[in-house]
Design a protein around this ligand. Sequence first.
Ligand SMILES: C[S@@+](CC[C@H](N)C(=O)[O-])C[C@H]1O[C@@H](n2cnc3c(N)ncnc32)[C@H](O)[C@@H]1O
Length: 222
Amino acid sequence: MITPRLKAVINNVKHKKIADIGTDHAYIPIFLTEKNLADRVIATDINEGPLNIARDNIRRKGLENKIETRLGGGLSVLRAGEADDIIIAGMGGILISGIIENDIDTAKRSRLVLQPMNAQYELRKYLMSHGFKITKEDLAVEGFKVYNIITAERGEMQPFETDFEYQIPKYLAEHKYFKDLCRKKRREFTKVIKGLENSSGDHTEKLEKYRYWKGELDKYEG
Ligand SMILES: C[S@@+](CC[C@H](N)C(=O)[O-])C[C@H]1O[C@@H](n2cnc3c(N)ncnc32)[C@H](O)[C@@H]1O
């Protein structure tokens, strides 16, 4: 089933030789090949269960000649240069950073289409300090949920001017879902601040950071 989140990931794919890491049901590879948006997709997963579901779905659609499945963790199942676009979607930002870090040479040979479910701040920081430039960001909305799609490739990028920009980069201000993103971040910052204020222990540093982000968001939204 192609949801707005998955559709936005697909819209940001550029090449025809793709790898989909953590494919789960193989919805992305099936859509890409059925619509002739990709010639060949390598669909991978670290777990046998999801990969078996992917295999069944691919077989049912008769797409075995276009989609190859591989069992294994991260980019270890790819040879460098085998895919022009590598998709890593539906996982946490820290996990995505780890997957890239474990096989950084392979990651740097391809364009990356990343869809972190959280820790976008950490993922942006990781990419920009490890020889990647963010070439584009997109947003998708499903009800109250807002999803980021980060496209990156090997290259240099000036660090953002403020720490807050790693939370909400300025270039997203033109996006049609920018206000939805700000609302989501406001909910997130408020929830964390309330939680920290109501819990015992010394959370001064974290609290200060979240209050700073929330203050910057106030300025951003005017
Ligand atoms: C929540 S699903 C996301 C599925 C799909 N990519 C999407 O965006 O809807 C995450 C999938 O990633 C797989 N996964 C988790 N860690 C992985 C890793 N290190 N390498 C490959 N697959 C992984 C899980 O087994 C699971 O099938």
